[in-house]
Design a protein around this ligand. Structure first.
Ligand code: R1P
Ligand code: URA
Length: 235
């Protein structure tokens, strides 16, 4: 039990899927896991443990932003012994060929800063996905007839961004999409010898202004959950 996670020792699996939205955690657990059991609801941050194809797995919310994710990922890794963390998140498209509902596998995550910046100081650390998870997710997507975008994303500290010039540079440098957690997730995983990957679904588009509603963001992203589970537990 930690300050933010009221689960008991052994309640949390070695592998955790992490959506930002706790209600997406509940939906995914009810939709995809056998015998899901709620193991945390402290501060409304829901977590569930069940099995998928016989494999024990936990689905736990991270909250929005790197500061929130950092709290949960730190406690999951350090206090509950979690070794594999796969974010299942929404993101905003930043390239014309990236369309609404497309799946993105985040190979790297650029950021202006992360909660880890204070310890990394002058080092411009390059947060990257775990290769085995990334390759397995690409294979799982392919097996389902889904062609994901694989490449760099941007982890922002702000949702209501007021730096259009920075977004233009991201687009110019091939960044696929923006979200708010992955750079810190990859950095923490690297620091603690854990594995991490972000599987994202495009929920809106910075260039076209298209946007899915909150219900779609909560319950509409089955493909990314299936890809994440299949990547965590390849046959
Ligand atoms: O849908 P989730 O996983 O929360 O991810 C995205 O949505 C939130 C902003 O609406 C941020 O957390 C961003 O990263
Ligand atoms: O962080 C996010 C998530 C989805 N869409 C955005 O524009 N930003």
């Amino acid at each position: 039990m930690t300050i933010h996670i009221s689960a008991r020792p052994g309640d949390i699996a070695d592998t955790v899927l992490m959506p930002g939205d706790p209600l997406r955690a509940r939906w995914a657990a009810e939709q995809f896991l056998d015998a899901p059991r709620c193991i945390n609801e402290t501060r409304g941050m829901l977590g569930y443990t069940g099995t998928w194809r016989g494999h024990r797995v936990t689905i736990h919310g991270s909250g929005m932003g790197m500061a929130s994710l950092s709290i949960y990922a730190n406690e999951l890794i350090r206090d509950f012994g979690v070794r594999t963390l796969i974010r299942i998140g929404s993101c905003g498209g930043m390239q014309p060929h990236v369309k609404l509902r497309d799946v993105i596998l985040a190979m790297t995550a650029s950021a202006v800063s992360t909660p880890s910046s204070t310890i990394l100081r002058e080092l411009n650390f390059a947060p990257c996905a775990d290769w085995t998870l990334l390759a397995a997710a690409a294979g799982a997507a392919d097996a389902r007839g889904i062609a994901p975008h694989v490449g760099g994303i941007y982890s922002s500290d702000t949702f209501y961004d007021e730096r259009p010039d920075l977004n233009e540079e991201m687009t110019r440098h091939g960044i696929l999409a923006v979200e708010m957690e992955t750079a810190e997730l990859y950095t923490l995983a690297a620091r603690h010898g854990a594995r991490a990957l972000s599987v994202l679904t495009v929920s809106d588009h910075l260039q076209t202004g298209e946007a899915l509603d909150s219900t779609a963001r909560e319950t509409g992203f089955a493909d990314m959950v299936e890809i994440a589970l299949a990547a965590a537990f390849p046959d």
